[in-house]
Every structure is written in C-alpha cells, then in structure tokens.
Unconditional design. Structure first.
Length: 400
C-alpha cells in the first residue's frame, strides 16, 4: 500500500550517470506541466541508487532516496546546470555486497546481487504509475529491464558523448561542443604565443562525436576518435605541417578519451570498474603529447616541437546549459508527458532528422551508436569528412 495519496497519477523521475547541463530544465518542464495536469511528481535521488534505498515503512526517513517535487523546487533549479536530484552510476541488477543497503543485507549477501525485485516493490510502495529515467545507454538499459518487468517507463536520452542509439540528440551534447570550441579558442592564444602544438583530450569513450563536431566547426586541425585506430607518425606529420603552414606557428588536435594508437587498446586511469563494467579512462592525451614531441623533429628539420597538453574533462560538463540544451530538454519533457497522457509507455523520446518523435525504448540495447568512419571521417587527413550538408540534420551525423 502506498504511503502517498494518488491524484491523477504518480510520476517518478530520476537522473543517472554523469551530470550534464540540461537535466534540470528537463525535470522542471515535466514537473510543472505534470502537476498542472493533476499528477504528483516524485524525484528519485542519486539515480537508480534512490530506487534501492527506500525503506517501505510509512514512518521511515526516506528523504535521501526521494522527494516530492513542487513548482517552487524545480523553478529554482530549472535554469542551472547539473542535476539537483543528484546522480550515481548504480546498477540495481549488479550491486556489490558492500553496497547493498543495510536494511536489505540479510536478504542479499552474495558478492553481486540483483535488487530488481526490491526496486519494483519500492516503486509500488510509492504508488508510481510512470517512471521517467534520464540518462545514457547504461542508465536507460536498466530502464529497459524494468519495462520488461512490467514497469511503465518513458525515457529521455542524456549524454554529452551523444551516443544513445535511436536519437540524433542527447541532452548535454550541445553544451559540451560549445564549451569545447570556446576553450579551444581560449587555449590557442597560448599555443600561438609559444609556437606549440595544442593537444586537448575530450570526452568520448566509444564514440567520437565530441571531437568531430568541434573540429568540423574549425576549433582544431585534426581529431582522433575511438572508431579508428590512428598512426602516430601520420598524426605528428600532419600537425607539424599544420603548424608550419599557420602564420602564428601552432596547430591543434582533439583527442577522444577512448582513442587508440594502432596496435594498442584504450588507456585507463584506473582499472576498477563501475557497476556497468566500465573502467575510468584517462591519459591518452598525455601519451599523444609525449609521442608528438618525440616524433616532431622527424618532420620539422630535426627540431622538436613543444606541446601544450590539456584535458578538458569536467570543464565542458559544468555550468549552465546553452540555448539548445535549454530548448531540447523542455521539448523532451513535454513529449514524455504527452505520451503519459495518452497512456503510452515503453518509449524513448528522441530528435530525429530535425523533428521530435518517440521510438521503442529497447532501441537503447539493440545496437551501439558510433561515428560512421567511412561516411564522416577522413582516415588520411584525420579529420571530419563531408561532401554536402544539404538535407542533413543540425549536428550532421545521425544515429543510423
């Protein structure tokens, strides 16, 4: 029996995975309209972690697991970055023994535990009619699991890597591209002053969109991406020539965090894996910088070229959303509520070929979204490739 009195219905919303600008506008839009339509809205805190930490007791303090959302609460946060509901990389079907909530330890004491039965009971305890997860393919893959278990799920795609299948756009991507371009332009003054090669490591574990779009927009001369293992000599030769041809004597390369040398694998900062099986990446930018300096004399009349190395990291995911990441989340929130009002669930709201739509949620687990190297990446020039922009969507590279 729920401890919450139902109105027209109860909607629960959560944000999982990494934070991005645009999450709070999405929460704000959906909450305000849902309340005005007669729904009660619950914010599940810390992503999927909130769903496993609820104590099914009317007298229990569950304030760390969820909160009732009001217009006043969401209006205060709606124009800011990050997520006021907080986030985590919790995967309820893969919970280590040490992370099992205290009140469940007697029932779940394996080294790895599937707490999905508790999640479903907890959602029922809250009286949740519809669940709205906002996240990337990891977060949403668990949303698919719950949908298959009978939970009414309507999902929103979020990730600055822009790699959720089925949609051309994920919340956070535009701000990431905007910040990358801005910071690259800021750093080029130092590169030019010292006549160096500028190496910037950007996000992109499996997909290189965050390196491709800024490069296409003129922020960098070259980019290397996870989808194509690059030759270090070729990259160095190109960058040295770019530097020589530039009157200010500098050049710029964007390096996706998941990029790999020929014959090598991804570079990890640490080998400990998160709940979805991913080890933390980091360090490819440093390796590329060192190799460029080592090899540069070969292409620069036997004189080595110094390098500026900078990892942009969280700088591109912090702060307020840009215009697109204020508009798209607003549209996604409305799309999600439209589906709920129609009694439709098991859908992912998307932006496809410039138009808002929705697709079956299991598209999230049906394939992986990568840059189409043959279509969009010139492997000889190590930069984006295109023939014509006619009839292409806003961000050029689609999810197909």
């Amino acid at each position: 029996m729920s401890n919450i009195k139902k109105k027209k219905g109860v909607i629960a919303i959560l944000t999982g995975g990494g934070d991005v600008p645009g999450l709070n506008p999405a929460i704000r839009t959906l909450t305000i309209r849902a309340i005005r339509e007669g729904f009660q809205v619950i914010g599940l805190r810390r992503g999927w972690a909130g769903t496993i930490n609820i104590k099914r007791n009317k007298k229990a303090d569950n304030s760390l697991a969820y909160q009732i959302l009001t217009e006043e609460i969401v209006n205060k946060a709606g124009r800011t970055g990050g997520t006021f509901l907080h986030s985590s990389r919790t995967n309820p079907c893969n919970v280590p023994k040490i992370s099992v909530p205290d009140h469940l330890k007697s029932q779940y004491n394996n080294e790895i535990n599937d707490l999905t039965p508790e999640v479903i009971k907890n959602l029922d305890f809250l009286g949740v009619d519809y669940l709205i997860p906002i996240g990337g393919d990891d977060t949403l893959s668990y949303g698919v699991r719950l949908y298959k278990e009978g939970v009414n799920v309507v999902a929103m795609p979020k990730t600055m890597d822009n790699d959720v299948p089925g949609t051309d756009y994920c919340i956070g991507f535009s701000t990431c591209v905007t910040r990358t371009i801005q910071m690259t332009h800021n750093l080029r003054t130092s590169a030019g002053s010292h006549e160096r090669i500028l190496v910037l490591e950007v996000f992109g574990r499996y997909a290189g969109y965050t390196a491709m779009l800024p490069t296409m927009a003129g922020a960098a001369n070259r980019c290397v991406i996870p989808e194509y293992k690059f030759n270090m000599d070729k990259l160095t030769e190109l960058l040295v020539k770019d530097r020589t041809d530039n009157p200010s004597k500098y050049s710029v390369v964007l390096v996706s965090e998941g990029a790999m040398f020929e014959g090598s694998n991804m570079v990890f900062k640490e080998m400990e894996k998160d709940a979805f099986g991913h080890a933390k990446l980091g360090g490819i930018g440093e390796l590329v910088s060192a190799k460029i300096k080592e090899l540069s004399a070969k292409y620069n009349k036997k004189k080595p070229v110094n390098v500026i190395n900078q990892k942009l990291g969280y700088l591109v995911r912090g702060g307020d959303p840009d215009a697109i990441d204020s508009i798209v989340p607003m549209a996604y929130g409305n799309l999600a509520l439209d589906l709920i009002l129609k009694g439709v669930h098991g859908r992912l709201v998307v932006l496809k070929n410039g138009r808002y739509d929705n697709v079956p949620i299991d598209v999230v687990t049906s394939f992986k979204k990568y840059v189409n190297v043959e279509k969009h990446y010139n492997t000889d020039r190590l930069r984006p490739h295109y023939k014509s922009f006619e009839m292409l969507p806003l961000f050029i590279m689609t999810s197909d």
